[in-house]
Structure formats: structure tokens, C-alpha cells
Design a protein around this ligand. Structure first.
Ligand SMILES: [Zn+2]
Length: 270
């Protein structure tokens, strides 16, 4: 599933190809993905200039004067910028045609993605109530400390709550908790301010590193043959249950926390 770094990498890959272009036409090959695509969307977008390509949580927004096309890649979606005459492949559901003879093509085999509309000046309900971006200044140890007081939920579930901070998925939560030395099982309300400072810094480091790595796979997002490039990185915790901790050598423990597989070091993380 694309996580925040993959979505941010997609945004950076699209930006130079899409921003500043005028949308010639939009072709919908189905009426719905996860949710119905507004049938008026092609007429709303046609003739509009794309002012920016933004990301909020794991949503991408193509901003135009009347509003923004709101895209989510779901479990399996990908976006590519291609010459308009590139033959269709299975699951190519939407083409956003650009004025330079290319199309922004949305492929989504499992159709958990979406294409929706946010009128200018509005906030789409899917974006309302979201916590701050993890790489923004609004997200720091103090933010986590304040929101967590009195909370009994495990800190890992707290960190993955989109109302607390957006885009910290299972992999990155596990890695950040390992880096900060915080046990994923600890009640969120029992983590000190100092340790939340370490944890917020770890979240920024882990996500920032993944986005940096993504820079090397940018071409995959725009080449006709390129499959979306999800990052394989050196993981310290996620997926390593039972393997030796890279820091102390003890066997990593594994359990479900909030229905999600969680791995941590019982010695290094407290
Ligand atoms: Zn350890």
C-alpha cells in the first residue's frame, strides 16, 4: 500500500509535468473507484490550469481555480504522465489530458483509490479533522504530549491515529518507535514529554529518509513501463519479529496492537 513517502514522491514526480499545464479533457472509464467519481468532474476541470499539485495526508490535490481534484491511490493505485496515444493497460480508469499532448493516467487494479472534488475555499469531509502533517512544524513532541494526556491506548495506535498526526502508517510507526526506544505497548498517556520529543524527531527522520530515498525512483512514476516504485529500505523492526535486534541482539517480539502486526525490542524499547 502506498504510504506517505510514496505519495509525496509521486507528488514530486508529477509536479514539474503537471503544474502550469492546462487540462484539455478528462476521460472517465468507470463511474466509480472506491466511491463514485463526480460525473461533472470532466466539465469542471476542462480548460482549467493546474496551479499546484499538493499533498495532504495521503491525498493528492490538483489545484485549479474552481477547485481541486482530490486523488487517493488506495491500496494499489498509481499515476503516470504518458503520451496521450500510449495504449491502455488493464485498470487504466482515468485520463486527465494535458495541453502538451500527454495524459495523467490513473491506474488502480483494486479500486480502493478515489477521485473526488473539493470546491475552491472548501475542505473536503475526508480532509476535515485530520491532524498536522508529520514533517510540518505543527508536529512536534509537545503536540504529542498534549494530545496524549489521559489516553490509555497503546502509543503505537495513538501515533497511527490520523486525528493525532497524518500519514504515520504501520511500517513507519514501528520504525520510529524503535528509533526512539519507546515500547509500542506503553499507554500513550504514560509517555513523558522528553520521550515524545525523541519520538516526533524519529517520525520526521524515518519519513524524511524514505522520501529522500524515493528521489532515486522518481522516473518510475513517469515512465510508460515503470511500475510504481515502492521503497525497500533497511527496516529495523517492521517485519522482523523473532530476528535479532540490530542494536542489542535480543530476539524482537511480535504481537497485534490495534489489529496491526507490531514488532519491537523488549530490551531497547521501554
Ligand atoms: Zn534491542
Amino acid at each position: 500500500m502506498p504510504e506517505l513517502p510514496e505519495v509525496e514522491t509521486t507528488r514530486r514526480g508529477l509536479l514539474p509535468h503537471v503544474a502550469g499545464r492546462t487540462i484539455a479533457a478528462v476521460t472517465l472509464r468507470r463511474a466509480d473507484l472506491r466511491w463514485p467519481i463526480p460525473p461533472e468532474l470532466p466539465q469542471w476541470l476542462a480548460g482549467q490550469r493546474v496551479e499546484d499539485v499538493r499533498r495532504r495526508a495521503k491525498y493528492l490535490l490538483l489545484d485549479t481555480a474552481p477547485g481541486s481534484a482530490l486523488l487517493h491511490l488506495g491500496m494499489s493505485g498509481s499515476l503516470r504522465v504518458l503520451p496521450a496515444d500510449t495504449p491502455l493497460r488493464a485498470h487504466d480508469h482515468v485520463d486527465i489530458g494535458l495541453d502538451d499532448g500527454r495524459v495523467l493516467r490513473f491506474n488502480d487494479p483494486r479500486r480502493f483509490g478515489c477521485l473526488l472534488w473539493q470546491p475552491a475555499g472548501d475542505v473536503h469531509p475526508l480532509l476535515a479533522g485530520l491532524g498536522p502533517e508529520p514533517l510540518s512544524d505543527a508536529f512536534d513532541g509537545g503536540h504529542l504530549y498534549r494530545l496524549s494526556r489521559g489516553r490509555k491506548a497503546p502509543v503505537k495506535a495513538f501515533l497511527m491515529d490520523q486525528a493525532v498526526v497524518v500519514g504515520v502508517g504501520n511500517i513507519y510507526a514501528a520504525e520510529a518507535l524503535f528509533m526512539a526506544g519507546v515500547s509500542p505497548l506503553r499507554a500513550a498517556g504514560k509517555v513523558s514529554r522528553d520521550r515524545y520529543v525523541l519520538l516526533a524527531d524519529a517520525v520526521k527522520a524515518v519519513l524524511g529518509h524514505a522520501i529522500e530515498r524515493g528521489g532515486t525512483t522518481l522516473r518510475d512514476f513517469i515512465s510508460p513501463d515503470g511500475a510504481p516504485g515502492y521503497f525497500e529500505q533497511e527496516l529495523n523492526a517492521y517485519g522482523r519479529g523473532g530476528a535479532p535486534c540490530r542494536r542489542c541482539g535480543r530476539a524482537l517480539r511480535q504481537a497485534l496492537i490495534g489489529q496491526r502486526a507490531s514488532v519491537w525490542c523488549p530490551a531497547c524499547q521501554r
